[in-house]
Ligand binder design. Structure first.
Ligand SMILES: CC(C)(COP(=O)(O)OP(=O)(O)OC[C@H]1O[C@@H](n2cnc3c(N)ncnc32)[C@H](O)[C@@H]1OP(=O)(O)O)[C@@H](O)C(=O)NCCC(=O)NCCS
Length: 127
């Protein structure tokens, strides 16, 4: 089944990041491939709440879930080359840079480049 916007069902979940009951960010899995035991994590947090390690900690909990509960074997995080804060998250969590995709995403006014970070299940250092 195809959902609006090209999304498919059963690809993971999206979670809200709350501060005193208000949504200040989001993090979740998309493009989960159950056959290949692989998924991708995406995230955002409002500017006033950046710089506290919140998203890094939330990503670590999602990784625990993907590896321990779903028994996936490969987790990807993609970021634009100039998105320093986004790239710092997989780097902090022990992902390795696997490749750069020059024509990764068609946006309204340009084609986006993606840096692809990968974590394999046996590389995860539990904290
Ligand atoms: C990408 C994004 C989520 C990163 O936010 P962030 O606040 O830098 O990430 P974290 O919550 O993990 O915080 C890390 C920061 O907190 C600091 N920090 C403080 N305590 C920390 C802790 N216990 N653990 C880790 N980092 C900690 C880190 O040093 C880092 O700050 P620095 O960059 O000034 O060194 C945010 O910039 C964003 O939402 N951007 C817009 C949307 C976006 O680009 N999404 C990604 C698309 S690929």
């Amino acid at each position: 089944m195809q959902l609006p916007g090209g999304a498919s069902p059963n690809q993971g979940f999206q979670a809200a990041i709350l501060e005193r009951g208000a949504i200040v960010g989001g993090i979740g899995f998309h493009r989960t491939d159950w056959e290949q035991r692989a998924t991708t994590i995406g995230y955002w947090i409002a500017e006033d709440f950046q710089g506290r390690g919140t998203v890094t900690r939330a990503a670590a909990r999602l990784i625990d879930h993907a590896l321990d509960v779903w028994e996936l074997e490969r987790i990807e995080i993609r970021a634009a080359p100039d998105n320093r804060r986004s790239r710092a998250i997989p780097e902090r969590l022990g992902f390795h840079q696997e490749r750069v995709i020059p024509n990764a995403e068609r946006l309204p006014y340009r084609i986006a480049v993606h840096v692809v970070y990968v974590l394999l299940s046996d590389q995860w250092q539990r904290r």
